[in-house]
Design a protein around this ligand. Sequence first.
Ligand SMILES: Nc1nc2c(c(=O)[nH]1)N[C@H]1C(S)=C(S)[C@@H](COP(=O)(O)O)O[C@H]1N2
Ligand SMILES: [Mo]
Length: 503
Amino acid sequence: MAVGDGSLSLLAVSAFPDWLRATHLLNVLFLTLLARSGLEILSSFPKLYWDDHCAHGTEVLKLTRKPVPTGRLTIGLEEEESWSPLLALPGRRNLGLGRHWHFAAVIAWIATGAVYVVLLFAAGEWRRLVPSSWSIFPDALDAALTYLSLDVPAPGEPYNGLQQLVYFSIVFGLAPLTIASGAAMSPGLIGRFPGFVRLFGGKQRARTIHFACLAGFVLFTVSHTALVALHGLRGRLGEILLGAADAEHAVAVALVVLAAIVTLNVVATVGSLRSPRRAQRALDVLVAPLQHVLSRTLVSQQRYDRALVTPRHRINGFPPKGEPYERLRADSFASWQLEVGGLVERPLRLALDDLRRLEPSTQVVTHNCIQGWTGVAKWTGVPLARVLELCGPLPAARFVVFHALDDKADTPDAIEPGAGLFYETIELAVARHPQALLAYEMNGEPLAVEHGAPLRLRLENQLGFKMVKWLRAIELVDDVAQIGAGHGGWKEDHVYFGSPAAI
Ligand SMILES: Nc1nc2c(c(=O)[nH]1)N[C@H]1C(S)=C(S)[C@@H](COP(=O)(O)O)O[C@H]1N2
Ligand SMILES: [Mo]
C-alpha cells in the first residue's frame, strides 16, 4: 500500500544530524557556484569533442553558432562566446575569473564532501546510504513503478530503494567521476600522469564527460526536488533545514535559504565584474598556493606516439605585425638573436644557428590551451636547462621572463582587449624541468610563423598561454612585480589568468 498523504516521516528512525544538514546546505551553495563558473569556462570554447585533435566538424556538442572564419588566419580566441552573467559566473567573457571561482569552489566543495563522508561513516549513518543487499534493485524498481503511477511509495529505512540507490550513486559515483574528469583536464596531471588521462581516453573525452556530469547534477537536482515535494514539502524541508519534520516555518526558512544562495551568487557575480582584481586576489588565497605546488611538482613525462600528431593544430595569438618582424622573416631569421640577460653571470646573444648547434631534444606532447582545446605535436629544440647552464643564473634569480615580439595593440579589441608586448614568467624551478624546451621545430619542420617562428617556449605541465611564441629575450629576475603590470605575465596583467598555470 502506498502512503500518499506525506504525513509519515521519511525519517521515522532518526532526524538528520546537524552536520548532515550543514553539509547538505553548503553542498547546494557550492554546486551553484561550480555549475555557473563551469559554464563560464565552457563559454571560452563552447564545443565538446571526443578526441584531442578537436577537428572542426567533429563536435559531440556545439553550443555556439559562430562560424569559423575561412580564407584568413584565425585564432582560438575567436571561438569564444560571451554568456550572460545570469547564467555564467561571472559572465561576459571572463575566463580568468571563471576559473578562479571554479577552483576556489571546488576546493570548498571537496572539503565539505570529505567532512560529510568521514562523519557519515563515523556516525554510522552510512547504513542509510550504502546498499547492503541485492534486494535494493527490485525495491528500487518497485518504488520507480509506484512513482510512475503517480503515487508515493512507503517510506524505507529511511529511504525507499530508489532513493537510496540514487543518493548512493550521486555521492559515491557521480561526485567522484566529476572530480576525476575535472582533474583529467589539468595540464599538470596530463603531463605527469598521462596514463591517468588515458583512462578517460584523453582530455577531450574527460571534458565531455565532465559536462555530462553537470547534466547529471542538474537532472538529479530537479528530480530530487520534485520527489521531495511529492513526499510532503513542508515535512521534508523541516527535516533537512531545521531537523524536525513538523517544523512550523519550514517553507519560510527554505525561502530565506534560497534567497541567501541567490544573494551570494549575485555578490560573487557583480563583485567579479566590477572589481575583477580584488575578486581574483580574494580567491587566490585558496587557489594560488595549489597552482604553485602543482606547477613545481608535476614534472611532465609525456612520450606520445609520433603517429598521433594533430593534423591541424589550432593557433592562438596573431603573429607580430610590422617592419622589424617582416625583415627577420625575409632572411629566414638569420639576423634574429635571442638575448639572455638579467640576473646571470654571462649575458648571451644566441642566433638560431647557435641554438641548433646545441644538443637537440624532441618531445611528442599535448598542448592545452586555457580555453579548453588541445592538440598533439612533436616539438624539437634546446632544453631550457641547457641555456640556463650557459648563462649561469645568479643566486638571487628566482623567475624567468620570456619577452615576445608581438604587440597586443595589433589584435582587434573585440578579440582580445589590451596592448603591450607579450611576455610571461615562470619560476626558475619550472624552467629546469626536462621538457621545458626552446623549440625551433614543430612536427619535423622549422617552426611556422603562426606557431612562433623562429623560437617558442614549450612547458608541458602548464597551459598554452605560458608558452611564449616569437621569442625575443629571456630575462632572469628575483621578482615579477617590476615586469609589466607585475602580475606574472601579459595574460595575468590583462585578463586575470592565474600564474602559474598547472590546472
Ligand atoms: N607571443 C605570444 N605567445 C603566445 C601567445 C600570444 O598571444 N603571443 N598565445 C599563447 C596561447 S593562449 C596559446 S594557447 C599558445 C598557442 O600555441 P600555438 O599557436 O602554437 O598552438 O601560444 C601561447 N603563446
Ligand atoms: Mo591559449
